[in-house]
Ligand binder design. Structure first.
Ligand SMILES: C[S@@+](CC[C@H](N)C(=O)[O-])C[C@H]1O[C@@H](n2cnc3c(N)ncnc32)[C@H](O)[C@@H]1O
Length: 251
């Protein structure tokens, strides 16, 4: 039995409301019929995997959950064994999700369920490596959770993304903050495409940005990956926004 001092990762209902809404949007509009491969950060409880299994116990094949921390990995193994007893098979791996190597051709759904922010780090390099190695490719989709970032100070954050915000012609501190909140993972992914010169090889579309509050303000963003061209302004400006507590954005 796991020692009591090991910390289980539990999140509030707003997180799962956001995740389920985005999953629902992807399934309704973008998922191909048949199975997809699911690659996730399932944490200690594998809750997102359990949700997908509940929706359709046959829709996901080859479910892999990465966990970089040893204690969390051991707790995840216990959860894996419990859910296996009810017919849900998960390959829990101790390691970094960005080392994932694709072995199957079919569409993959990746859930990069970060606790922190997907900016001011080397995430653009990590996504670039996965795309250039073809581990993420046309036909796949990405869900990315990101902290809204203000821990590091808005001035520092916005200065780091001056080029993006100027390209989008967003004027004024409050408008730039708003744009950053609603699109910062797109900034990271576009930097990834730019790094490997894939803007004219891959079309990334942000099919949803859902903001919610758990222990801190967070968002989940959804992306489809197709062959084609990504225009930065389309990637940002065409993303449908929803707030778990306030609903649709209205003027
Ligand atoms: C937000 S929690 C996952 C919650 C889970 N998806 C759920 O629905 O309840 C994220 C987990 O991923 C782990 N993690 C973060 N970045 C990682 C990475 N690059 N590779 C592997 N594990 C990572 C963290 O240690 C944490 O346990």
């Amino acid at each position: 039995m796991a020692p009591q001092n090991r910390k289980r990762l539990n999140y509030g209902p707003a997180k799962y409301a956001a995740f389920h809404l985005l999953l629902c949007r992807w399934m309704r509009h973008y998922a191909q019929r048949g199975q997809f491969h699911y690659v996730t950060l399932g944490g200690t409880e594998l809750r997102d995997i359990q949700s997908i299994h509940y929706v359709d116990d046959k829709c996901a094949a080859g479910i892999v959950s990465f966990e970089s921390k040893k204690n969390e990995y051991e707790l995840a193994c216990g959860t894996r064994d419990r859910v296996h007893a009810i017919g849900l098979t998960v390959d829990v791996r101790h390691g970094d999700i960005f080392t994932f190597e694709r072995i199957a051709d079919g569409p993959h759904l990746f859930f990069i369920d970060l606790k922190g922010s997907c900016v001011l780090s080397d995430y653009h390099e990590k996504f670039a490596d996965l795309m250039s190695a073809n581990h993420i490719r046309a036909g796949d989709a990405l869900l990315i959770t990101s902290h809204l970032g203000a821990r590091r100070g808005w001035v520092k954050l916005l200065n780091e993304y001056t080029d993006e915000l100027d390209t989008l012609q967003v004027v004024g501190h409050e408008q730039r903050k708003l744009c950053f909140r609603r699109s910062h993972t797109s900034f990271t992914l576009f930097r990834a495409l730019h790094r490997i010169r894939y803007q004219d090889a891959i079309e990334l579309r942000c099919f949803g940005c859902i903001e919610y509050r758990d222990k801190s303000p967070m968002s989940i963003f959804g992306y489809t990956v197709a062959e084609g061209t990504t225009r930065f302004s389309n990637l940002v400006n065409e993303a449908p926004y929803f707030h778990v507590r306030r609903g649709l954005h209205t003027p």
